[in-house]
Design a protein around this ligand. Sequence first.
Ligand code: ADP
Ligand code: MG
Length: 248
Amino acid sequence: MNSDNSAMIRFNQVNKWYGRDHHVLKNISLEVKQGEVVVVCGPSGSGKSTLIRTINQLEPVNDGEIWVDGVQVNHPRTNINRLREEVGFVFQHFNLYPHLSVLQNITLAPVKVRKMSQADADQRGMELLERVGLSNKRDAYPSQLSGGQQQRVAIARGLAMQPKVMLFDEPTSALDPEMIGEVLKVMQNLAESGMTMMVVTHEMGFAREVADRVVFLDHGEILEQAAPAQFFNNPQCDRAQQFLRQVL
Ligand code: ADP
Ligand code: MG
């Protein structure tokens, strides 16, 4: 099945077009090992969201292979719903259910999909709320929370399914500046707990401190992949240098 068990996520020569002419992902080959944290950065429109969304098949690809924990996700016989249970996704906008309380947001999928008992789901949900620093908000509704708090609930909700991988697409870019730190802190704790993570972000401080590797995407192509110290101190290609001048 999978030639290398240590790769939690693997892209093998992946290409994607939007329509006929827009080649949005170009020969992507990339591996994320179990427990690794990979930050994807690059200019707006470079294909970062598309790339990360292909992992749970929110975006189909035209050719190549994508594997998650030994299962080829873009194989016609792969059960996409099953796959999505294993892959947590946190978006820029939190997408919490507005009519459910914080705890209900977190327990809904484990009860409905994983058939966990409500009592077990509640207990686990409270542990997760503790972990993201929001145990006092269990009965609040999303509209009663700040953006940063909502995003921390969204992370807890993702974790409630006990995913193998957590994907983040610009999780802090819709937040007021004073709330960015609290969300990054939760993500850092998650990284330190050993979660395999792929994170699209412009927060280069987070990348420097938390990432094992930084991937630089430009016009749908991986131009550079390196450890953060190497990427930030000594970027190899012109476009990465230019990008870093703009964001740092
Ligand atoms: P990024 O996240 O790096 O800003 P995206 O992956 O969102 O980049 O987009 C990459 C390119 O693909 C952009 O030029 C964007 O306009 C285009 N694009 C994104 N989604 C679609 C879509 N559903 N249909 C057509 N073009 C798209
Ligand atoms: Mg994007």
